[in-house]
Design a binder for this molecule. Structure first.
Ligand code: OFO
Length: 169
C-alpha cells in the first residue's frame, strides 16, 4: 500500500505530465501555422510520450493500491511564435519537470518507499535524455539563426521521429 503523502505527490505529478502533453499540443499548433511539418511531427511524438509518462504513474498508483485523484489541467501558454524561443521554453519546462521528479523522489525517500524510488529511477533517466535532446535541438536552432534553408533541413530531419511506446519502470 502506498503512503498517503506519496500518493498525493504522484497524483500531482500525473497532472504535470498531462499538462506537459497539453503544452506540447499547444506548441505543435504554432509549428503547424508556420507549415513546419517536421516540427509538428516532433511535437506529436512528444505529446504521446508525455501521455505515456502520465499513464505510467497512473497505473503504478493503482498497482500499489493507491487512489487516483485527477486535478484540472492548467491552460498552456506558449510564450513566443519563434522556433528558437519556443525551444527555449521547452528546455525550461523540461528542467522544471526534472525538479518535480526529484521532489517526488524526495517524498518517496522520506516515506522509505524503496519500490517507488526504483520505479521513479526510470523517470529520472528519461528527464536526462529529454533535456539532452532538447538542448541539442536548441543548439542547432541557434546555429541556424535566420537561415531559412537550414531551418527547412532541420524540419525534414524532425519528420522522421517516431513514437516508441516506452517500457516504464
Ligand atoms: Fe514527462 O518527460 Fe518531459 O516532461
Amino acid at each position: 500500500m502506498i503512503n498517503e503523502k506519496l500518493e498525493k505527490a504522484f497524483n500531482d505529478q500525473i497532472n504535470k505530465e498531462f499538462y506537459s502533453a497539453y503544452l506540447y499540443l499547444a506548441m505543435k499548433s504554432k509549428f503547424a501555422e508556420m507549415n513546419l511539418n517536421g516540427f509538428v511531427n516532433w511535437f506529436d511524438v512528444q505529446v504521446q510520450e508525455e501521455q505515456a509518462h502520465g499513464m505510467g504513474m497512473y497505473d503504478y498508483v493503482l498497482e500499489r493500491g493507491g487512489k487516483i485523484e485527477l486535478g484540472a489541467i492548467d491552460k498552456p501558454e506558449v510564450k513566443s511564435e519563434n522556433p528558437l524561443e519556443i525551444f527555449e521554453q521547452v528546455l525550461e519546462h523540461e528542467e522544471y519537470v526534472t525538479s518535480r521528479i526529484n521532489a517526488l523522489m524526495d517524498v518517496a525517500e522520506e516515506t522509505k518507499d524503496r519500490a517507488a524510488l526504483s520505479f521513479l529511477d526510470w523517470y529520472l533517466k528519461e528527464q536526462v535524455e529529454e533535456e539532452s535532446n532538447v538542448g541539442g535541438l536548441l543548439a542547432t536552432l541557434k546555429l541556424i539563426g535566420e537561415d531559412k534553408k537550414a531551418l527547412l533541413m532541420l524540419d525534414k530531419d524532425l519528420s522522421t521521429r517516431v513514437f516508441n511506446p516506452p517500457v516504464i519502470g
